[in-house]
Design a protein around this ligand. Structure first.
Ligand code: PGA
Length: 272
């Protein structure tokens, strides 16, 4: 079913502001400081989805802090199997047990440093869906792919791999994070027009390969050096359904400011 806004007839895709803390926030006390400040700072924001993703061992600690809040939590990776002799891996069953909502899959750093492949991304997507977890699938072209004008082909291939053998009704449960590799960890992220063009393209591929309904319902968020200065331009784009923040949101006030910016944008839209 295509969810439409009654007034405008535009698809209703609830906006998301999320943050992965990568391996930046590494102790219980640092998680407490950051998460409590964010939880208090976004208390009045109810019209967007929010999430925080810590390192594996601190998920449980974060879950106690966020338990009665409107902020979800998740994990930065998951094993491609749910049970068995996989030393050092973490099962989707464990993540579900710890109350995770989102599971980040295929981040550029995992693809680069930890041999994450499109094939393993696909297995992880399917296992997350089996356990009722939301796959947060990261896709994006490298600098050389962009320079060689094959960025869209790369993104299409990552996208099609991710959804292969996924039931049609499950595809719109996936959240895609478009994260061009060249824009991660930089002083400036990708330009809002560039991002919008790629998000539109991702939706077109989903429309051609799956259905227009799925393409319109799927949420696509942008990540890569997001800052408050760029948040407003990005969120104003029709096909940008949210922001995935890294370093900038390691300061609670910055995460809160971005969430507020997206929430205000939504309120203004809803009011029209
Ligand atoms: P960054 O990280 O904002 O620090 O560039 C973004 C990401 O990797 O998701």
């Amino acid at each position: 079913m295509l969810l439409l806004n009654h007034e405008s007839g535009v698809p209703m895709r609830k906006k998301i502001v999320g943050s992965s803390w990568k391996m930046h926030v590494n102790t219980k006390s640092d998680v407490t400081d950051l998460a409590v400040a964010i939880r208090e700072g976004v208390k009045s924001i109810r019209n967007i989805d929010m999430f925080l993703i810590p390192t594996f061992p601190l998920i449980e600690h974060l879950s106690y802090i966020l338990a009665d809040s409107q902020i979800a939590w998740g994990a930065q990776n998951v094993a491609f199997a749910d049970y068995g002799a996989y030393t050092g891996e973490v099962s989707a069953a464990t993540l579900a047990d710890f109350g995770c909502t989102y599971v980040e899959i295929g981040h550029a750093e995992r693809r680069t440093y930890f041999n994450e492949t499109d094939h393993s991304v696909n297995k992880k997507v399917r296992i997350c869906l089996e356990y009722g977890l939301t796959p947060l699938v990261c896709i994006g072209e490298t600098k050389s792919e962009k320079d060689d004008f094959v960025g869209k082909i790369r993104v299409k291939s990552q996208l099609l791999w991710a959804i292969d053998c996924v039931k049609k009704e499950d595809i719109s449960k996936i959240v895609f994070a478009y994260e061009p590799v060249w824009a991660i960890g930089q002083s400036e992220g990708a330009d809002a027009d560039y991002v919008e063009d790629m998000h539109k393209y991702i939706r077109k591929v989903l429309s051609d390969e799956v259905s227009d309904e799925v393409a319109q319902n799927v949420r696509i968020i942008y990540g890569g050096s997001v800052k408050l200065e760029s948040a407003n331009d990005l969120i104003n784009k029709e096909n940008v359904d949210g922001l995935f923040t890294g370093r900038f949101a390691l300061q609670a006030s910055n995460y809160i400011a971005i969430a507020q910016c997206v929430s205000d944008y939504c309120k203004e839209k809803e009011g029209k």
